[in-house]
Design a protein around this ligand. Structure first.
Ligand SMILES: Nc1ncnc2c1ncn2[C@@H]1O[C@H](COP(=O)(O)OP(=O)(O)OP(=O)(O)O)[C@@H](O)[C@H]1O
Length: 313
């Protein structure tokens, strides 16, 4: 496997008079991936991003980006990192064009109007280039944030809640923009409250709570490993009890005997394969059915379940 583009070891942050926002976090980010960091409010997501981007001074631990220790050679590595923050911290009276031209120069890139034009067009902001930022809608302001982050051509891009509070259409649009960046080889780390966003976009998912990383895995593997499957089989004729042929399957009878409800694969995956075995067992036992509805739990179900479990622990 290639070297991680970002490697975090033992990262700790305790705010003055505040909580321990990060507690010995270890994390490796692979080049070219989209990594989604999921966690409830106050989990430490923004602090983690801030530590990498030089906005938060860590209490302990190391951050290596592009093979360079950030505490030693911060500026060189920082120039290759982009940040789309949650809030617009830019002069509201500035025009869109001037704001992104400023960002381009911030890390030593030469002024390149052709590149700026390309960025603005790709984000449908070209018409607004001379508008003052304060006059833009909330969604357009978010696009300006992305344009600013892209202006210095980062290889590693952080998006902190990129679609919080934007409408569904704009959210889909932003997902496309993010996918296009990945196509161009940009490595992306996004934090999100919308689990659907992680489900749609991420290659890997990390779950953070109370400043600790609870789990990091390939999204698909996580869904497979922790997911559950539910199947509702509608029968041609009612059953009074579970027939012996189905003993051993996690099924119960519903809808006055007209349905068999399967819930399985708990935490081990394989639910769908077991449903296939169940239907074969039905056929062998001459039990006719008219429909089969099968549903796998989403990343959201997994996330909520996992946090609930840790809460109880
Ligand atoms: N500047 C600060 N001074 C003191 N405490 C802080 C500061 N910034 C964050 N915190 C605290 O550190 C913890 C982690 O906050 P952080 O903003 O990193 O969480 P988050 O996961 O980004 O949350 P959200 O999803 O709400 O944005 C919280 O308890 C928060 O109150």
């Amino acid at each position: 496997m290639s070297e991680p583009i970002l490697s975090i070891r033992g990262l700790t942050k305790t705010y003055k008079n505040g909580p321990r926002a990060l507690d010995s976090v270890d994390l490796d980010i692979r080049p070219g991936e989209i990594f989604a960091l999921l966690g409830p409010n106050g989990a430490g997501k923004t602090t983690l991003i801030g530590a990498v981007c030089g906005l938060v001074r860590p209490t302990g631990g190391t951050i290596t980006a592009f093979g360079q220790d950030l505490s030693r050679d911060w500026r060189k590595a920082r120039a290759r990192i982009g940040l789309v923050p949650q809030e617009l911290a830019t002069d509201m009276f500035e025009t869109v064009w001037r704001a992104i031209a400023y960002s381009q120069g911030l890390f030593g890139r030469p002024y390149d109007p052709a590149r700026l034009e390309e960025i603005l067009r790709s984000l449908s902001l070209w018409d607004k280039k001379d508008a003052q930022i304060r006059a833009l809608s909330g969604g357009m302001k978010r696009r300006v944030l992305i344009a600013k982050a892209l202006a210095h051509e980062p290889e590693l891009l952080f998006l902190d809640e990129p679609t919080a509070g934007v409408d569904v259409e704009l959210r889909k649009d932003m997902w496309q923009q993010i996918a296009a960046l990945k196509e161009r080889g940009v490595t992306i780390i996004l934090t999100t409250h919308y689990i659907e966003e992680a489900e749609e976009m991420a290659d890997r998912v990390g779950i953070i709570r109370g400043g600790r990383i609870l789990m990091v895995d390939e999204k698909r593997a996580m869904m497979e490993r922790l997911g559950t499957t539910e199947a509702v089989i509608t029968l041609a004729a009612p059953l009074a009890a579970i027939p012996p042929a189905l003993a051993g399957f996690p099924v119960e009878i519903g809808a006055d005997g007209m349905q068999l409800i399967y819930r399985g694969g708990n935490g081990q995956g394989g639910g769908r394969a077991q449903v296939a075995q169940l239907t074969q067992a039905l056929t062998r036992a001459d039990i006719a059915y008219t429909s089969l509805d099968i549903h796998d739990s989403s990343l959201e179900d997994i996330f909520v379940g996992l946090l609930g479990e840790k809460e109880a622990a």
